[in-house]
Design a protein around this ligand. Sequence first.
Ligand code: SAH
Length: 350
Amino acid sequence: MNDIIKLIDRLEKSHSLNLSEYEQLINGYSPTVAEYAGKKAEAVRQAVYGRDVYIRGLIEISNICKNDCYYCGIRHSNKKCQRYRLSEQQILNCCDEGYSLGFRTFVLQGGEDLHFSDELLCSIITKIKAKYPDCAVTLSIGERSFESYKALKEAGADRYLLRHETADKDHYQKLHPGNLSFENRIKCLENLKSLGFQVGCGFMVGSPYQTAKTLAKDLKFIETFKPDMCGIGPYITHKETPFKDMPSGSFELTLYLLSIVRLIDPNLLLPATTALGTINPNGREMGIKAGANVVMPNLSPTDTRSKYELYEGKIFSGDEAAECKKSLEKSMKAIGYQIVTARGDKINQS
Ligand code: SAH
């Protein structure tokens, strides 16, 4: 165990380890080690971001998707999924409501729905930015061409979330059908970065066929790609997918990885994800205490929330956004943190 503690100390100082050391860190998981890493991560996070928690208003614009990712509940082949897409006006209404509640970032997330052409998306982005120039617009709508990303950036989009899902090519192919490639995923991330987006990557913890070796590659990828944000949540089984018999990921390992990633990049925007809050009722609070500094409450219309079912049991409340924000404020206060009204860009000092 002392070896693992030494590795954590070294990571805190150098923000870098080699692949086999990352693998050792993962294999060396124990509650004691995780607690040690968590304390360090919390201190590092507080040195950069204090006790502020950034919020992003998540708007789930469509659950229609042309892709068939083996793990995802809204995959194309799931015939039981009730499909919906929000209109431009519905999306703008969500932003109005969010703005009045203090949200200064809107995240438009959805399946790869071809209805959302560049033209339509650019129109939506332009309108949001015209009405709320003090807000950031984040997109999370999958793989698109360089030209498409360029048009979206020029329309005013600030950030893009595209989880890399796994940094191991063979593993990537086990999670996705043959028409989706690891190379294209990474190419998209590079294109987004080169266009000046603030970029978020990320992965699921405990996805089928994941090993300590593939996780070590994820950590190395985060260290070298240097994203602005990184989404890490447990994999959660959905019964209408080919992975229906595969177990969900571990809550504890997710917290440990959040802490490790915080030590890799003290300035990273690191959300305590909805999936983390789904597998444990205190998941989001514990995520913040393990080093996360962002939460993404749902601003989608209440009647569509349950349909955006990426995994089973996904938490959504029938509560209006105002209620959700109030209860989040309370639960963050209870652990000594505060929600802030701010765009919440990455702080770039070291
Ligand atoms: N179509 C967009 C958005 C995908 S949904 C895109 O391709 O980026 C956002 C994230 O949810 C995915 O990147 C994936 O990591 C996560 N996700 C999907 N299915 C999941 C599951 N069963 N359990 C946990 N997370 C899941």
